[in-house]
Every structure is written in C-alpha cells, then in structure tokens.
Design a protein around this ligand. Structure first.
Ligand SMILES: [Fe+2]
Length: 171
C-alpha cells in the first residue's frame, strides 16, 4: 500500500444543498505526458478519468499498444464500454468489439478480455470493482476503486509525477 489519501467530502450529498468544499466539476483533457497511463498486468495501460469514492465507480480509458489480455474476471456491478480504437473481444464470446462498438457487461459474468492486434483504446465505466479468478473460479485478486487509486498513486510516485497527481481524478 502506498500513502493513504484522505478526501474531504460530506457524508452524503443532497440536491440543492450547497457543499462548498465539494468540487463537482471534473474536466480532464487527454494528458500529454505519457506517464499518465498506468501499466497494468496483461499488457494493458490504464488512464483514470474519475475515481468516484462515494459510489465506487471507476471511469477510465484502457489501452493496449500490443497484444495482451485482462485475465479471467467478473464484476460485482455492471460495466459500460465504448471502443474508440482497435478491437477486442472476450474469449467466452464470439463477438469482436470494433471502433464504435458499445459493450454492456452484466454483473457476475466471468470473461477474459483479449486484444489480439496492436492498439486498442476503450472508454470504460466500471460501476464497481472486479475479481480476477483462476480456472476453478477461485478469486486470486480483487480490484476496486480504492485498490486502483493505490495502484495509480504508486505508479505516479515512482515515475516522477508525484504524490498529488492521482488526486485530480478522485471525487
Ligand atoms: Fe470485464
């Protein structure tokens, strides 16, 4: 675990109630610094767009610049994905997502993301965390909004972007 990150926020938010210490806007252009992309197991690169620590939602770009995969996994919540470049598929299905393809993943379905050609970029909204499982469906790793904040923070510290870099993505 890298350094813990404390977030000032109300215990709850209500429409019409002002919370001056909240910053509702979160606008990011695509960063020019290539170190913003966080290398992930399986050859992918993860660019956070927003970590919503109130709901656990993780909004991100996933990129592969060479063939790779995200190992067998399942989500506890829905996933919405929009393919921007390249192609990808799940080993368990016969469709192939191409630029413009929208993919909905229902909670609880186990699948293996495969990128067979160089370059894939997809915009993903993970409504919650996911579990990596082995061939016997035994959970071998759990990822959620907090573990991914930690992974990004660790990368940003190690690559020189610094301990504050990840904060811009957190709400
Ligand atoms: Fe998935």
């Amino acid at each position: 675990m890298s350094g813990s990150i404390m977030i000032d926020r109300p215990a709850f938010a209500m429409p019409g109630v002002s919370h001056e210490y909240m910053t509702p806007e979160l606008v990011h252009d695509l960063p020019e610094d290539p170190r913003a992309w966080v290398p992930r197991p399986g050859g992918g690169e993860f660019l956070p767009r927003m970590f919503d620590t109130l709901t656990g939602v993780i909004v991100n770009l996933n990129r592969y610049r060479r063939p790779g995969m995200l190992g067998r996994h399942l989500h506890g919540s829905a996933v919405y994905a929009y393919t921007l470049e390249g192609s990808w598929r799940y080993a368990e299905h016969d469709w192939v997502a191409k630029p413009g393809s929208f993919v909905f993943e229902s909670p609880g379905e186990t699948h293996t993301l495969i990128v067979e050609q160089a370059t894939m970029v997809g915009f993903f909204v993970w409504m919650g965390g996911y579990q990596i499982v082995d061939e016997n469906d035994k959970i071998v790793k759990v990822e959620n909004v907090l573990s991914l904040i930690d992974a990004c923070d660790k990368h940003y510290r190690e690559c020189g972007l610094g301990p504050d870099y990840v904060r811009q993505f957190i709400r």
